[in-house]
Structures are given as C-alpha cells and as structure tokens.
Design a protein around this ligand. Structure first.
Ligand code: ADP
Ligand code: MG
Length: 366
C-alpha cells in the first residue's frame, strides 16, 4: 500500500506542445493518500485514463514526478510499481480457466500454492464467480469476463494501489450496482488505496469517500461528495455535480454591487473586494437549484420571476424560471405549491457563490 503523489505533473501526447491546449494533463500536483477509496470523475477526454496510465507506469509523463511513499518511481516499469490496473474492457487469458486467470498474478508473485487456492476462492466468492471457476474464460459472458478481469486486480492484497478505469462500462445496470458494493466491501476489508475512474457522479459518490473532479486536464476540486455539492470550487463542478446542476449567471460589477439585465444583486462586501482586486471580466454568480428560495409572496431581497414550467419528479419538483433574460431552475419539495405564473425568488447568502475566471471566490465568514 502506498501514498501516491503527483508533483508538478503535466503530459502532452504531442512532441512539441505549443500551448496549454496541447496538454492532456495540465500542470498539477495531487496526493492520493494511503488506504483511501477515491473516485476520479470527469467527462470523456478530460485526461482520466492518461493520469491512471502515468501512475501505473504505462505512460511516461512529459513533465513532473510520480512518487510512491515519497520515493520517485518515474523510472520504474509498470511491473516494478506493484500496481493493479483494471481497464474498461476485460483483459483475460481466453485459453485459461477462471481459476488460472485469477491465480496468475499470485503465481507470478511466487505465492505458495495453498495461499493461492485460498485467495482465489475468496475473491471468486466475492465476485460470484465460484460456479464458473473451472470453466475456460473464452466461454464466459462479457459480464463474467469483466469480473475475472477485476478479480485479477483484486486478488493481490500486497499491491501499492488498485486503479480502475471505468471498469463497469460493459456490465449490465443491475450487476453494476452489486459490483460497486462489492468493491467498496473489498476496500473496507483490505484497505488498499483505490482510484476509481468514472464519468458518472452517482457511481463516484457511492464508491468513494473523496472525489477528484477533473476538467480539461486538471483536478479542479478534491473533496467529499458533500463538499462538491455545497461548495463547488469551480463552475464545472457546480454544473457537473447535482441534478440538475448549478445555476450560473454572468454578472457585471456596478458601483454598489453586481447586476445582470439591470437586476441588482446583493453581494457580500468581502466578495466585492475580490472582484475589485481582479482585472477579469469573467464574473459569475452560482446557486444550486436546491438553494433557490421560492415564495408566492414578495419579501425583502426577493425578485419577481416568471414561471415557465414545473416538472413533477415525484419526490420533488423542478421549477423553470425566468429572471430578466436568464433561465433558472429551482428544486422544491413535492408538497410546495406554486400559484400562478409569477413567483418571488431569493438567493440565501450562504448559498450564493461567486466565481471569477470560473474559480470560486472563497471567504465569507457568516
Ligand atoms: P479520458 O480517459 O478522461 O476520457 P484520456 O486521458 O483518454 O481522457 O484523453 C485525454 C486527452 O488526450 C484527449 O484529448 C485524448 O484525445 C488525448 N489522447 C489520449 N490518448 C492519446 C494518445 N495515445 N495519443 C494522442 N492523444 C491522446
Ligand atoms: Mg478514459
């Protein structure tokens, strides 16, 4: 087991990168702590597989260092890094039985036969592969093959870390849910550092204690599911996490605060100071649909809004609103009644976030 540190890491697939857009990983530093269950979450093409391959040694980074327990491993081959990696599509030896596939990494590591048998049986039972243990891998279904592939990563409890690269893509939804539970169970049992790559926020938050959200070659936030929800560090996190994502509205500085479409917004003076200190004109406010205050009657600090439509989703409702020329979504309880097509909305101060150049401006003590 190991702590994995990425230090000033950057990677470009191009030999002569001319700018940041030529980098699959833009310069970043990050630590995966020993024994953690982590998810690396981000859209397709943001650099997730590139990062995993750099950790496992399949890929040499163009800049920066990879350290395991403070020891630089850049020069070590994948084999010597002692990492198990499970890929999106199954990697199994078709001509071998399931048992031999699972035993393979253990035999390679020189483990005694009795322990190999015990270990293979343990993992086969967890993955519900016991009844096909002596079948040839080539006769398995796609699901079973992927379970074997995962099993090969999981049998060794001496590895520094296990990296999963969207391993459940080919698995049917019902089984997916069960396998995710099993992975978590295995993590709790063996406490191995696990990094689980996915583009699915639900998958990330059911597996991981902490999620690294990756966007455009960088980790833009590393936090618990709750931190990502309550305090998105980047507009992308706001937009990508949550259902629906955060409302984001470009605003302009005025003499007394900010505004959009001539609608003045009250912003904490601390935040205004940040705007004044910045030369950027890329300023946005963000508020999650869950935190938009909604009432049939006006009060202080509310804005009159048009109701475009209401979508009833059983346990909650999504209200589509129009404030000025902007569309906003609010998420309210199933039993809150909206009367007519005008409502009054407010932005509770603690939930109104300010973003300059897409990054959160921190620092309002309540
Ligand atoms: P993800 O796993 O998040 O979908 P990748 O790490 O596979 O993202 O890819 C990140 C970026 O690097 C993408 O723009 C992709 O097109 C590019 N890329 C990935 N692999 C290669 C490669 N072997 N050669 C050139 N470009 C690549
Ligand atoms: Mg990938």
């Amino acid at each position: 087991m190991a702590e994995i540190q990425l230090k000033s890491l950057a990677h470009s697939y191009s030999k002569n990168p001319s700018g940041p857009e030529d980098y699959a990983i833009r310069q970043m530093s990050h630590v995966w702590h020993n024994g953690g269950a982590y998810a690396l979450l981000g859209p397709s093409g943001c650099g997730k597989s590139t990062m995993l391959n750099i950790i496992s040694g399949l890929l040499q980074p163009s800049e920066g260092e990879v350290l395991f327990d403070n020891v630089k491993v850049n020069e070590l081959s994948p084999k010597d890094r002692n990492i198990a990696q499970v890929f999106q599509f199954p990697v199994v030896y078709d001509s071998m039985t399931v048992f031999d596939n699972l035993a393979f990494p253990l035999r390679n590591a020189g483990m005694p036969k009795a322990r190999i048998n015990a270990k293979v049986e343990e993992i086969a039972a967890i993955l519900e592969l016991d009844n096909v243990l002596h079948n040839k891998a080539k006769n398995l279904t796609a699901d079973e093959k992927q379970k074997v592939s995962m099993g090969r990563g999981l049998v060794r409890d001496d590895v520094s870390a296990i990296l999963f690269d969207e391993p459940l893509t080919v698995i049917d939804p019902q089984l997916k849910w069960r396998l995710r539970r099993k992975l978590k169970q295995i993590h709790e049992q063996f406490n191995i550092t696990m990094v689980y790559v996915t583009h699915d926020q639900l998958e990330a938050s059911t597996f991981a204690d902490k999620i690294a959200v990756m966007y455009d070659g960088q980790i833009v936030q590393f936090g618990t599911p709750r931190e990502l929800f309550e305090n998105p560090n980047h507009t992308f996190v706001g937009y990508f996490i949550g259902s629906p994502g955060m409302n984001l509205i470009p605003v302009q500085r005025t003499e007394t605060g900010v505004e959009f479409d001539n609608i003045p917004l009250i912003i904490h003076p601390d935040l205004l100071r940040h705007i004044d200190a910045s030369t950027s004109s890329n300023i946005k406010i963000g508020i999650r649909p869950e935190f938009v205050y909604l009432s049939n009657t006006p009060s202080d600090d509310t804005y009159e809004c048009q109701v475009n439509y209401i979508e009833d989703l059983g346990t909650y409702q999504i209200v589509a609103l129009e404030l000025g020329s902007r569309s906003l979504l609010a998420r309210i309880d199933e039993d809150q009644m909206i009367e007519g097509d005008t409502v009054y909305i407010g932005f509770p101060r603690q939930w109104l976030k300010l973003y300059i150049d897409e990054f959160l401006v921190e620092g309002v003590a309540e």
